[in-house]
Design a protein around this ligand. Structure first.
Ligand code: 13P
Length: 344
């Protein structure tokens, strides 16, 4: 693995044309994905699924790092090689989800606080020994009637900052992920307002907690219309509003920005990323790339369906989506290429 210090690891995570594969679904979340393809949620199936993804030939051409779950970072490929070693051989950095989930926030109905700070220094030390070089913590901000509350925004920013400082002390690059959910019927203007508030609170808290921004990565949601909003903003508007808010709130010292997909369809998530890089080419203080979960994996999951005879099809699907997003991060994606690749 070439990168050792935090600055080089952060830089490698957002190297030109590369993004991050979020494969850190908890056992509960992967069950939802497996239910869609009628695969039983047992350890061997979870291992086989991740094995299919990680052994896809050429994955390292587009993917700089993979976020793993506690169970996955300890698992092995079919030939006995640990996943960590396998990824390393392909030039991919192993990362780890360290939060323990979003739990109800007291006195704030409908809102959550992400937990996992207790014992985190010890867990980070263990994950570092296991090979993790970066980590992820997801905070959830819900838009609804009278929410988010200041309590939710501030307390989640605080937890993200405490997590980030702990990671950096342990030699791990923190991905800070404040997700403003797209669930709801709110307008894109409302999403913009809440995203600006959330990011301002986050960078205040990171400053107070002495987090080194150059050694951190931001994983934001895009500024987008609520799923149930009648008026759905188009690709250009999403790109413009998202970059506007990022520029207002995210210091240029931050090593990179990698988006979550948050329930956007795979091709729409790619189109949004491309539009941002295309419109603002040469005018962005940080690399803008991807750290998608569903938008990278959905077609691969569907092609695989839990069967060894479909491994090649699943791998072709994950490579295709990774390549399309790599092109989008370089402002070189085209819908035409997408179509051609599909036909081939
Ligand atoms: P999605 O891209 O499916 O939102 O997942 C990204 C992620 O890591 C959520 O924490």
């Amino acid at each position: 693995m070439p990168a050792h210090d935090l600055a080089s690891i952060a830089k490698a995570m957002v190297a030109p044309g590369k993004g991050i594969l979020a494969a850190d679904e908890s056992t509960g979340t992967i069950e939802k994905r497996f239910n869609d393809i009628s695969v039983e949620n047992v350890e061997e199936n979870r291992r086989a699924y991740r094995d299919m993804l990680f052994t896809a030939k050429g994955l390292g051409d587009y993917i700089s790092g993979v976020i793993l779950y506690d169970e996955t970072i300890r698992q092995k490929s079919a030939d006995g090689t640990s996943f960590v070693e396998l990824l390393g051989r392909n030039g991919i950095l192993p990362g780890i989800k360290v939060d323990t989930g979003a739990k109800p926030l007291p006195f704030c109905p409908g809102e959550t606080i992400t937990e996992g700070l207790d014992g985190l220094p010890k867990r980070c030390a263990e994950y570092f020994k296991l090979g993790a070089r970066f980590a992820k913590w997801r905070a959830v901000i819900t838009i609804g009637k009278d929410i988010p509350s200041a309590t939710c925004v501030e307390e989640n920013a605080h937890a993200l900052a405490r997590y980030a400082a702990i990671c950096q002390e342990a030699g791990i690059v923190p991905i800070v992920e404040p997700e403003v959910l797209m669930d709801g019927d709110h307008t894109i203007e409302r999403c913009e307002q809440v995203t600006e508030w959330t990011l301002n609170a986050l960078y205040d808290a990171l400053y107070v907690n002495r987090v080194v921004l150059e050694h951190s990565i931001l994983k934001p949601s895009m500024v987008i219309s609520g799923k149930g909003c009648k008026q759905q903003a188009g690709v250009d508007e999403v790109a413009e509003r998202t970059v506007k808010i990022l520029k207002r709130t995210v210091p240029g010292a931050v090593a990179g920005v990698v988006f979550l997909s948050g329930g956007q369809s795979d091709e729409v998530a790619t189109a949004h990323l491309h539009a941002m890089n295309h419109k603002f080419k040469g005018n962005l203080p940080w690399p803008l790339s991807f750290s998608y979960g569903r938008a990278l994996q959905a077609p691969a999951l569907k092609a695989w369906k839990g069967s060894t005879s479909n491994v090649a099809a699943g791998q072709a699907a994950i490579i295709h989506r990774s390549r399309m997003n790599s092109l989008a991060s370089l402002a070189r994606y085209s819908a035409e290429e997408e179509k051609q690749a599909k036909a081939a």
